[in-house]
Design a protein around this ligand. Sequence first.
Ligand code: UDP
Ligand code: MG
Length: 312
Amino acid sequence: MNAKLSIIVPCYNEEESIEMFYDAMEKIKKQMPLNFEYWFIDDGSTDHSLKTMRKLNRQDKNVHYLSFSKNFGKEAALYAGLQHATGDYVTVMDVDLQDPPELLPEMYHLLVSKRLDCVGTRRTTRTGEPKLRSFFAKTFYKLINSISNVKMVDGARDYRLMNRSMVNAVLQLCEFNRFSKGIFEWVGFKTEYIPFENQERQAGTTSWSFWKLFNYSIDGIINFSEIPLDIASIVGALTCLGSILTLIFIVIRALCFGDSVNGWPSLVSFILFLGGIQLLCLGIIGKYIGKIFLETKRRPIYLIKESDAYEL
Ligand code: UDP
Ligand code: MG
């Protein structure tokens, strides 16, 4: 009996890509000594994605789907997929074929031959991506790697093949604010990356706007580093030291040269500067408190409205 591979595919308004993806995967299946099980996650799509999933499910009993009650985001979809997957191996893939299915046999071979727990993929190029987006992505990786204990690989995609023990480990991290790139690194396990050239989307459009990505990277930093809080304290300490030195200078000047009312513009700038720093630090602390607030509410990460796997 062959081992089973669960394929998790988050989909948000992807009616054009789902069947294309399924066909491409069925071709790859022939080259692998594994049984496939698909988990399509409809992340609150407003197009006909769910219909397509239902159709594939009727055609092939190895195709399963979960449909969320609204858009919960890709991270929630990934988590739902991991929870439902029953395979000995699990892979996570984008439906737009930007994660090339052709790499899968090579990934599986590497995983088995080197006895790894996970084989990830890493883009070596970013062709076809807006220049500004690439620049910010690069800056984000530099920043997060310098301020977090969890090292994130530049260009690493969520596309990866994991064995059961690693999947079970990832599932133990049931936090509400999920940042998979960090979670996959945080759990450890033996991982290697296969480099590949960036692929352009085959159909549909990306649902990540610049702001969505910007917020996502801030989430990554807040979730995996406490350095911003340290920076707030250090800046506070330095301004304190600065003000003490200024005070000493003013006292000595007043003693030596007498008091003068000159200098109110510098006083105003000092006050504004301090006010600014205080607000900035409050903002940083607020970000963390916001995350704590969401985490303590213990809301479910996703809600399922329809699935072939069980009656709701
Ligand atoms: N996706 C999702 N929920 C969302 C946004 C995206 O499930 O809120 C899915 C999307 O359907 C795709 C994958 O996540 O399969 C990656 O999204 P996309 O291709 O838009 O991102 P990009 O490749 O441009 O980073
Ligand atoms: Mg994509």
